[in-house]
Ligand binder design. Structure first.
Ligand code: ADP
Ligand code: MG
Length: 141
């Protein structure tokens, strides 16, 4: 377990970049935190570490954004808008988890029973306007 305080979105992205630098495929990162906490910013940094040059935007409406141009594929889910965990199957949830790529999930609270085991959890909390407390629980440590 690791705790880092950041002061702007680029610092939060840098924390995500640090985390993903050592990824070799198959990692699942579950991001917890309120709207606007910085979950998508964090995933943006992860993408950079994976060699993805595309700008990471929120998959709020598409639910899944896939980035296939890096050294590993990145599947970025935002489950905020799903109504029923059953929808996950149509969205390619199982495929992404079995792909050997990297999976990042915002609002996994909506996934019901379908929460992956052995995931890395990242929790981002507000501490003032631009300060965030990021806690990373990486079970491999
Ligand atoms: P989420 O995906 O959790 O809803 P986003 O990453 O989309 O959040 O947005 C985070 C918002 O908070 C952005 O508008 C960003 O500019 C702002 N922000 C301010 N301070 C920080 C910080 N320390 N880390 C991340 N985002 C921050
Ligand atoms: Mg987001």
């Amino acid at each position: 377990m690791k705790t880092i305080i950041t002061h702007d979105p680029s610092e939060t992205a840098a924390v995500g970049e640090c985390l993903a630098r050592s990824f070799t495929g198959g990692e699942v990162v579950l991001l917890y935190g309120d709207l606007g906490a910085g979950k998508t910013a964090f995933v943006g940094g992860m993408a950079r570490a994976l060699g993805i040059s595309a700008r990471v935007t929120s998959p709020t409406f598409t639910i899944l954004n896939s980035y296939l141009s890096g050294r590993l594929p990145l599947y970025h889910f935002d489950l905020y808008r799903i109504q029923d965990p059953e929808e996950l199957f149509e969205l390619g949830w199982d495929d992404a988890l079995a792909s050997g790529g990297v999976v990042a999930v915002e609002w996994v609270e909506r996934a019901g029973e379908e929460v992956p085991h052995d995931a890395i959890t990242v929790t981002i909390r507000y501490r003032g306007d631009r300060e965030r407390i990021i806690t990373i629980d990486d079970r491999e440590e």
